[in-house]
Design a protein around this ligand. Structure first.
Ligand code: CIR
Length: 257
């Protein structure tokens, strides 16, 4: 059960955010991005979360994607280490906020040469699947494993072969249900789950977000919406088009715990 979330308002420099153009083209419209973000935050609040809303930080164009500089869980928090120059400083900024919720003895760091971003970390019960991607390397995954095993969690790695982060291609919706890309459907690590393959023209909607029984789904992906509704989840649609232009989706806009 999640009770809290941390978000950060998009800054004007959002228009300079990093993009692989894997989901769409163009530059985000800042005004629209602010509106979509504010709706996202109010949706989290409607679901009962107490949201700590941080101010935009112009030094870091991608800083609204707070999921990446930290991984939070019940027993500890891990400050990650982005290999992207324009994002690495976000780890120091999120730390101050993490300290409000965790004791110093519960806060850990991924250090160079280890790299990691939270978008590559997917929690399933007490297990973490860690995507090995351009942002998260084997050393980062090993450091993460050393930390979480001390607290009774386990972790394993999964190769990310098709884009930015693990959670762009597989997402856990609890109740043993997973949305997957066709590549992730062939990943043996996920064999035991009820997998639902999302069509290639709706790949972006894999990154839907389970919050306390409800699933937030990006607006505009009817086939994926139907899969989720047919599974019986109450659904809330959220517009994220402006973030999509720079590879941002639902989970990356918050830390939930
Ligand atoms: C980046 O490339 O770092 C940002 N433009 C997008 C980050 C998205 N983060 C996520 O999915 N966890």
């Amino acid at each position: 059960m999640f009770t809290k979330a941390i978000t950060r308002k998009p800054c004007k420099a959002l228009v300079d955010g990093i993009t692989t153009s894997m989901f769409g083209e163009g530059t985000p419209d800042y005004g629209k991005a602010l509106k979509q973000h504010s709706k996202y935050v109010s949706t989290l609040k409607e679901l009962g979360l107490e949201v700590t809303e941080l101010e935009g930080d112009e030094r870091y164009p991608d800083s609204c994607f707070v999921e990446d500089p930290a991984v939070v869980m019940e027993k500890c928090a891990i400050i990650t280490n982005s290999p992207e120059k324009s994002r690495n400083g976000e780890r120091y900024e999120i730390l101050d906020t993490i300290k409000k919720f965790y004791e110093d003895s519960q806060i850990f760091f991924i250090d160079s040469p280890g790299t990691m971003e939270g978008g590559d970390v997917m929690k399933v019960g007490n297990h973490f699947f860690i995507g090995q991607s351009d942002r998260t390397n084997a050393e980062g995954a090993e450091q993460f494993n050393d930390i979480v095993t001390k607290f009774g969690y386990t972790s394993s790695t999964v190769p990310v072969t098709e884009g930015l982060h693990l959670k762009d291609f597989v997402i856990y919706l609890e109740n043993n249900n997973m949305l997957v890309s066709s590549a992730m459907n062939n990943e043996p690590a996920f064999d035991k789950f009820n997998k639902f393959v999302v069509d290639s023209d709706e790949l972006y909607a894999i990154n839907s977000m389970y919050i306390n029984g409800t699933v937030l789904v990006p607006d505009g992906y009817p086939k994926t919406l139907k899969i989720i509704e047919d599974l019986g989840y109450p659904v809330k649609l959220v517009e994220t088009d402006e973030f999509r232009k720079i590879d941002g989706s639902l989970t990356c806009l918050s830390l939930r715990f």
